[in-house]
Write a protein that binds this ligand. Structure first.
Ligand code: ZN
Length: 243
């Protein structure tokens, strides 16, 4: 495998998922890697499961996926998230429920590992600072780990015992052979880094580069659908802000 598309945190946002998959299909990536949370928050959970499955991804389970297929208690979710999980459970088919239920917590390849949250807590832990990143770097021995959950595009690099934050740049990130990386493609369906566009990444394994990408989609379409389904208005409003 040379070029892979990396996606995460789709959260039932079909127009954003369509925009990203169309773009990845055009760029002819060989395989799609999905760091989980296909459902939750958004009004098209079943269609997002179906659409992502058509792309034949390697996928791990997110905390919202686990909650929606009743494998995980969710009483500590925010009130809005709890409400949508109950709605999601009632709006996905048995087939879609089984798909979410059977997703693994961790996926490992020769040269990379993929989780939703972190290596230490695949469903729950947020890798949101250098200290948590450092503890997780000690838990894998591949050059690259893909993760999501924080909805923040970027990641961390570990080189000669020092861990640094990586912010996405327009130029591709060059992967140093002597370093290890934790890479977050950002969230497709509910970005929280201040940029409302759908986030994803293309990783060129052969040339050792990460391309952080953003793409615009029709946010008004999902905001209208959230209201029509009777889901909390704030879930749509935050999409315009990317927060
Ligand atoms: Zn998420």
């Amino acid at each position: 495998m040379s070029q892979i598309g990396v996606v995460s945190d789709i959260h039932g946002n079909l127009p954003a998922l369509e925009a990203v998959l169309n773009s990845l299909e055009k760029s002819r990536v060989e395989r799609i890697f999905c760091c989980g949370d296909i459902v939750g928050y958004g009004p098209w959970p079943g269609l997002c499961v179906r659409r992502i499955r058509e792309a034949n991804p390697l996928c791990v389970q997110g905390n919202h996926d686990a909650a929606a297929c009743a494998r995980l208690p969710f009483d500590h979710f925010t009130p809005s998230a709890q409400l949508v999980i109950k709605w999601t459970t009632a709006h996905i088919s048995d087939k879609e429920t089984i798909y979410l239920k059977e997703l693994p917590a961790i996926h490992t390849e020769d040269n990379l590992v993929m989780v939703h949250g972190s290596l230490r807590g695949p469903l729950w832990e947020y890798i949101s600072d250098r200290w948590v990143a450092a503890e997780n770097f000690s838990l894998f021995n591949r050059p690259l780990a893909l993760f999501g959950h924080s909805h923040i595009q970027g990641g961390f690099v570990s080189l000669e015992g020092k861990v640094d934050l990586l912010r996405p740049t327009k130029e591709p990130l060059k992967l140093a052979p002597e370093a290890k990386y934790l890479i977050n493609p950002g969230s497709i369906g509910q970005p929280r880094d201040g940029d409302p566009r759908a986030a994803y990444a293309v990783v060129d394994l052969l040339n050792r580069e990460v391309h952080f990408k953003r793409i615009s989609y029709d946010i008004n379409m999902i905001k209208k659908r959230i209201l029509r389904e009777g889901l909390p208005r704030d879930l749509g409003d935050r999409l315009s802000l990317g927060r």
